[in-house]
Design a protein around this ligand. Structure first.
Ligand code: SAM
Length: 267
């Protein structure tokens, strides 16, 4: 009997109907599926039944031994590849795979934000379908004007179409987590880098840094946050030209306003 380890964020999904709903929400193509943290293999089994090629990364060596046994046939046939290591170590400065893939996972909550940010950066990753803490899912999917609209929402919605598909109560897991979970879907735009906004991935990094400045103090006026790095006159002129209220708070702007501000301030 394998015991769940808190340090690896182990909450195993036990509810059959939720597993089915995740499978039904998957993109409908033949691309490779990458699963992070297969755990006891419950979701993996469903993915393999849906005849997907799956590569999974599992940090817990005890679970790895168990998975190698129960998926012996699928590993031998090549349908399933299990990589026993910390996915964030493998992901350093490189794509996770050489071919395009979809990320589908019930993520360990302690590294969920990091993993989603890595997947958004990874050009080989075409979509992300993940179960995470509801509070984090709300941040990634928030729309302009909502209180939870943040740098994460702008970044995610610049690169992908993001939406929360459904919530999942803690009783669906063993052991039950202390929080409600949500299934978040991020479908990447195919032409995002070509959209004349970012000419290189280096520029995406600069956009992230810019958003950090804009949301430094989220409840303050946006112009005040930006004044820490840009001249007041430049900002007042630019806000006027772009028809942006100088009294606006960071969460009140549209995503396209942020794109325009970034372009003009970084000319
Ligand atoms: N997929 C299983 C399920 O739905 O029941 C388990 C999900 S559990 C929330 C998270 C899984 O991620 C655990 O198996 C844990 O050991 C694994 N994990 C945690 N940190 C990891 C990391 N950095 N790299 C790879 N796997 C990790």
């Amino acid at each position: 009997m394998i015991k769940a380890k808190k340090k690896f964020g182990q909450n195993f999904l036990k509810d059959e109907s939720i597993k089915k709903k995740i499978i039904q929400s998957m993109p409908n193509d033949d691309k490779l599926v990458v699963e992070i943290g297969p755990g006891l293999g419950d979701l993996t089994k469903e993915l393999l039944c849906a005849s997907k090629r799956v590569v999974a990364f599992e940090i817990d060596l005890e679970l790895c031994g168990y998975l190698q046994k129960i998926f012996k046939t699928e590993i031998q046939s090549g349908q399933f590849q299990l990589i026993c290591s910390d996915v964030l170590e493998v992901w350093k400065n490189t794509s996770l795979r050489d071919e395009e893939y979809h990320l589908i996972a019930n993520l360990p909550y302690y590294v969920a934000t990091n993993i989603i940010l890595k997947a958004l950066d990874d050009n080989k990753c075409r979509s992300i379908l993940v179960m995470i803490q509801k509070e984090v899912a709300v941040k990634f999917s928030a729309k302009s004007g909502e209180k939870t609209f943040s740098a994460l929402s702008i970044l995610a919605n610049t690169i992908a179409k993001s939406q929360i598909l459904f919530d999942v109560g803690s009783s669906c897991f063993d052991p039950p987590p202390k929080v409600t979970s949500s299934v978040l879907k991020l479908e990447k735009f195919s032409d995002f880098l070509a959209k004349d906004l970012f000419e290189s991935t280096h520029e995406v990094e600069r956009f992230k840094a810019f958003l950090k400045i804009a949301f430094r103090q989220p409840r303050k006026l946006l112009i005040k946050n930006l004044q820490q790095n840009y001249q007041k006159e430049t900002l007042t002129d630019l806000f006027g030209t772009l028809d942006i209220e100088t009294k606006a708070r960071p969460h009140q702007l549209k995503i396209s306003d942020y794109h325009l501000l970034f372009k003009n301030l970084n000319k």
